[in-house]
Ligand binder design. Structure first.
Ligand code: MN3
Length: 271
């Protein structure tokens, strides 16, 4: 695991040359901000220095095999009961969120890919990192429904009825290094996620050097579109919290810490 990160670090430490192909357009799109449908948090410290070639590995390395699986995609089972996360999320929200919303992204992703056999063996994470390489007629569907598929697969795993507490191991050290302290990180994470305008996600992500950043993504965009590895994410679409919290997104976010699965989040960082 360390070797992979070192390899990525070596690559990203090379002198910056012109980034070509889809990655260049993505990086420029990121810098262009809202014009490209991209929302970067004011708290994010995006440098635009990611090089082509490092990023697909970076993204795929962060995903469990089942999440970067291939067509036809299966709705992942929840790793706990619907009522297991009531320290943060109510039972009915979990049922609707998993059985309807996540199932919907899954079936729409499969429908979009059905007639594109050449994409059936391509890992979803690779498609999302290199979106511009996809046929134009499936690009939006993969971005939205592939993003929704993978974001939710990650989200369920990032939570646990045995969650809460403090980050662990190398992630705890990196949080102290990049945010000052765990308390400061929590404040900034909540502000970042709370500030997402409309539907989207608030993320803790890592670049190829393991540096942590906060990121907002609109709709179902994944941090992989920005060549960042998702470490911890929280869904701030209203469907994720409205039944219990109504307009009080901040209360949902402050309770979210009760269920964060820090063991899994550490794996996301170290893989
Ligand atoms: Mn959702």
């Amino acid at each position: 695991m360390r070797a992979l990160f070192n390899a990525l670090k070596t690559t990203t430490d090379q002198p910056q040359t012109e980034v070509t192909g889809p990655s260049r357009r993505t990086v420029l799109g990121t810098l262009a901000g809202a014009a490209a449908g991209v929302v970067l948090s004011p708290l994010a410290k995006f440098t635009g220095s990611v090089q082509a070639g490092t990023t697909p590995e970076l993204a795929v390395a962060g995903m469990a095999p089942k999440m970067s699986g291939s067509y036809p995609y299966q709705l992942p089972s929840l790793p706990y009961d619907y009522d297991a996360l009531t320290a943060a999320i109510d039972t009915q929200t979990m049922q609707i969120h998993h059985d309807k919303h996540h199932a919907g992204y899954t079936s729409k992703l499969n429908a979009a890919l059905k007639d594109h056999a050449m994409l059936h063996d391509r890992p979803l994470a690779q498609m999302l990192v290199n979106l511009d390489e996809l046929p134009s007629e499936v690009r939006t569907a993969v971005r939205n429904n592939g993003g929704g598929y993978i974001n939710h697969a990650l989200f369920w795993e990032m939570m646990s009825p045995d969650g809460g507490g403090m980050p662990k191991g190398g992630l705890a050290e990196a949080i102290d290094r990049d945010f000052g302290s765990f308390d400061s990180f929590k404040q900034q994470f909540e502000a970042n996620a709370g500030g997402v305008f409309g539907s989207g996600w608030g993320w803790l992500v890592a670049d190829g050097n393991g540096k942590l950043e906060l990121l907002q993504t609109p709709n179902q965009d994944t941090p992989m579109l920005h060549h960042r590895k998702p470490i911890l994410g929280v869904d701030v679409w209203e469907h994720a919290y409205y039944l219990r919290y109504q307009n009080k997104r901040g209360d949902y976010l402050s309770n979210f810490w009760n269920v964060v699965n820090w063991d899994r989040v550490l794996q996301n960082y170290e893989v």
